[in-house]
Design a protein around this ligand. Structure first.
Ligand code: ZN
Length: 279
């Protein structure tokens, strides 16, 4: 099942199930509200409802306000090696605030205070039920599905200190979407799919989600040891090699660039970089 959140009018949004060329509207404000409706969300997601054309639907991010967005750094071997790091024993965890998120087709404003805005294509786990101290089976069951994200990073800010937060949680700079695809439709909770980031027609990242060192189930177990994961929470699982920072010379996003982040079976988010009004 493919679930989306679409804009209806100026302020309202609604969840929907994508069926071919159409979206079947569901009585929830977003996919997050659908997942939070309880263990029967699978049934709720299959309900009948009014239909709109997918092509005309204005997609917003599937989960509007996750209670938390947990991110993982250094989770693809070739990305660790390109950065000169050692293979970690544990996942490198950091966080984004929900204000960092933006829609799958939204423009991204390049801040005037950073010259080093870099892409990071990522598989994003969407949590479907509440879990704490999950075992293997509970962790698998807690994964509702997956979406595509770009952990856009202001590298100059990220590297100012040992903690990365300020370079990772820039407001409205992490696009997510276009849909959440349920785990069963992607072959289970450890999908093996092609993941790519293309900037203005140049393929910058090209890998498989099965290359993850710490897979989605491992991450849910690990993170839920620390904190309760709740329906709609997101886990950005880390980016493969090919980021701009390590290129010779480094390559960063510029105004006018169109960044396409895509995972086979989920879809693509397409975001144009625009200049800050203050710039
Ligand atoms: Zn990342």
């Amino acid at each position: 099942v493919k679930l989306a959140t679409i804009r209806q009018g100026t302020d309202a949004t609604t969840a929907g199930r994508v069926e071919g060329e159409e979206v079947v509207l569901l009585p929830f404000a977003d996919v997050g509200a659908l997942l939070a409706s309880g263990d029967t969300w699978h049934d709720a997601a299959r309900r009948a409802g009014p239909r709109v054309r997918f092509e005309e639907a204005q997609l917003v991010r599937p989960i509007l306000q996750p209670s938390k967005v947990v991110c993982v750094g250094l989770n693809y071997l070739r990305h660790i090696l390109e950065g000169g790091g050692a293979v970690p024993d544990f996942p490198t965890l950091f966080a984004k605030y929900p204000d960092a998120l933006t829609g799958p087709n939204d423009d991204i404003v390049l801040p005037s205070s950073s010259d080093c805005v870099d892409w990071e294509a990522e598989l994003v786990v969407v949590i479907g039920n509440t879990v704490r101290d999950a075992d293997e089976a509970q962790a698998e069951a807690a994964i509702a599905g997956f979406t595509v994200g770009n952990d856009l990073s202001m590298r100059d800010w990220q590297m100012r200190t040992a903690q990365w937060l300020q370079g990772k949680t820039w407001e409205s700079a992490s696009p997510v979407g276009p849909v959440m695809v349920t785990a069963d439709e992607l072959g289970g909770p450890r999908p093996d799919r092609r993941i790519q980031c293309v900037v203005d027609g140049t393929v910058m990242q090209d890998a498989r989600t099965s290359d993850l060192l710490f897979d989605p189930v491992h991450l849910v177990r690990y993170i839920s040891t620390v904190v309760t994961l709740r329906p709609g929470d997101l886990i950005f699982t880390g980016t493969p090699d090919g980021v701009g920072m390590v290129r010779e010379p480094p390559v960063y996003l510029r105004a006018g660039d169109v960044m396409t982040t895509e995972i086979d079976g989920i879809g693509a988010i397409v975001n144009r970089m625009v200049r800050s009004e203050e710039a």
